[in-house]
Ligand binder design. Structure first.
Ligand code: TXE
Length: 459
């Protein structure tokens, strides 16, 4: 039994109360998680560490990020094992997507930090130059679907820019954040630079967002929680980055190469059991190739390995949408059932026959459930893709018209003939109810620093 502890000021500490961490693989209790309600000690530790950490040069902080990346990489199999145990995802996915990309996040921001150029703006009689100061203590709140990957995506740039951190992993999946804390103390990261607190969102998460000494919040999670975070943080004028839900479309045009499109759309549909905000849970296919596409898609689905969803509670939510789909007139082409075994398993589910404006086709399900729809014209496909309240991502599959269609999708990110192909320099984030702000590359640098202009008059 793993005992998760908070990391505060370089010490592992626990409050009196604990709750269970349950593996969705078989519902067994795998860890005890501290139920923290107050973040004062963590904030004090982070404040005390600020002068030392912000006093380092950016090159020195890059060295620290590389050290974290190297130490994490040495234990990459353990990271993947813990992530697989905690989330239920297949080990291969935990290794490829979660563990590797977590290492890459630290390595990328170390390299990126070294490549930052000074920003100057010459006038006829003066020179402006920009310095980037740390914000101070920042709060980083992450969800359960890609636990360490999404948390390290925030921790790395926050540390790079000289901030000290209060990180809160999801209460459903705290194991890899705890492991990262161990690694950081093992390599001697200065005390208080990275603090990790565990507990329920409405308790310790809310305490982070409310704390007056925490100057910025980077949050990834559900849209409903994002609204609460925004309502709490906005009157305090905190910097806020919100990466929220999605209901993304994979658009397969008439001239798509089906040898690429079918496996690509399938991966976008069901990777991580559909529990990635970037997943394509609405598949829009041109009517002329609909039958051929669907035959191949359903055939290849039979060999696609997925894990359980995150919890039985979440499975109930997902199953309720499958019931709703039937009421809305949908036909279940594959899946729709709960396999006969312990854990939060659910078959990969494909539903046709629904209006693209139905609730099933427009609300975020966040599970292995996809609706398929056919369209006649590009314009119709674009309108179908844009009809939801979300605007996070999407993909277009075509030999010739991908870019033209992609540019008309109201989303922060659109892939053409690929999906989840990530360059960490590009902006990441959504429009509409999918969030506010962008992270990645220069956007993360901008978010995790205060840009100050100094204007020097020439003699
Ligand atoms: O997320 P929450 P939940 C979607 C998905 C899912 C739904 C709800 O549709 O079904 O959101 O999932 C912390 N102040 N996504 O309930 O609650 C919480 O402890 C501060 C999409 O699990 O948003 C956790 O660390 N923090 C998403 C984090 O917020 C609070 C990924 C996210 O949890 C808080 C996950 C509060 N008041 C779910 N309440 C994506 N964008 O990828 C909770 N938290």
């Amino acid at each position: 039994m793993i005992r998760v502890e908070n990391l505060v000021g370089g010490e592992f500490v626990t409050p009196d109360e604990f709750f269970d961490d349950i593996s969705p693989l078989d519902n067994s209790v795998i860890a005890k998680i501290p139920r923290t309600k107050n973040v004062d000690d963590a904030v004090n530790a982070a404040k005390a560490a600020l002068p030392i950490w912000s006093g380092l040069t950016i090159e020195e902080r890059c060295v620290w990020l590389d050290k974290i990346a190297n130490a994490l990489e040495l234990q990459i199999e353990e990271v993947a094992r813990l992530e697989s145990l905690d989330t239920g995802k297949p080990y291969s996915v935990a290794l490829d997507v979660d563990a590797n990309r977590s290492v890459n996040n630290f390595r990328f921001f170390a390299e990126f930090g070294r490549s930052l150029k000074s920003e100057t703006f010459e006038m006829a009689d003066a020179t402006n130059y920009v310095i980037r100061k740390p914000i101070g203590v920042v709060g980083l709140i992450s969800p359960w679907n890609l636990p360490l990957y999404l948390l390290s995506w925030k921790i790395a740039p926050a540390l790079l820019m000289g901030n000290t951190v209060i990180a809160k992993p999801s209460e459903i999946t705290p194991l890899t954040a705890h492991f990262l804390g161990r690694i950081c103390t093992d390599i001697g990261l200065p005390d208080g630079v990275l603090n990790i607190v565990n507990g329920y969102g409405p308790e310790v998460g809310q305490a982070i967002v409310e704390h007056p000494e925490i100057k910025a919040i980077s949050f990834t999670g559900g849209t409903a929680t994002g609204k609460i975070v925004a309502a709490t943080a906005a009157p305090m004028f905190k910097k806020l980055s919100l990466e929220l839900g999605g209901k993304n479309s994979s658009i397969v045009l008439q001239d798509a190469d089906l040898d690429i499109a079918v496996p690509g759309v399938l991966r976008a549909s069901f990777l991580n059991s559909g529990q990635i905000c970037l997943c394509g849970s609405r598949v829009l296919v041109h009517s002329s190739i609909y039958d051929e596409f669907m035959a191949k898609y359903l055939h290849e689905l039979q060999d696609f390995e997925i894990g359980p969803v995150i919890s039985e509670e979440h499975r109930s939510k997902v199953m309720s949408y499958i019931e709703l789909a039937k009421q809305e007139g949908g036909e279940v082409l594959a899946g729709g059932c709960i396999p006969d075994k312990a854990g939060a398993w659910i078959d990969a589910t494909v539903i046709s026959g629904l209006s693209h404006t139905s609730r099933t086709a427009t609300e975020e399900i966040f599970g292995p459930v996809v609706t398929v729809h056919s369209f006649e014209t590009e314009q119709e496909a674009i309108e179908m893709a844009n009809c939801t309240q979300y605007g996070l991502a999407g993909s277009v599959w075509s030999k010739s018209r991908g870019r033209q269609v992609a540019e008309k999708i109201e989303s922060g990110m659109v892939w053409v003939n690929t999906w989840l192909h990530r360059d960490l320099r590009v902006p990441f984030g959504g429009v509409k109810d999918s969030g506010v702000g962008r992270e990645g590359g220069l956007w993360s640098i901008g978010f995790f620093s205060e840009a100050v202009n100094i204007c020097v008059m020439e003699d």
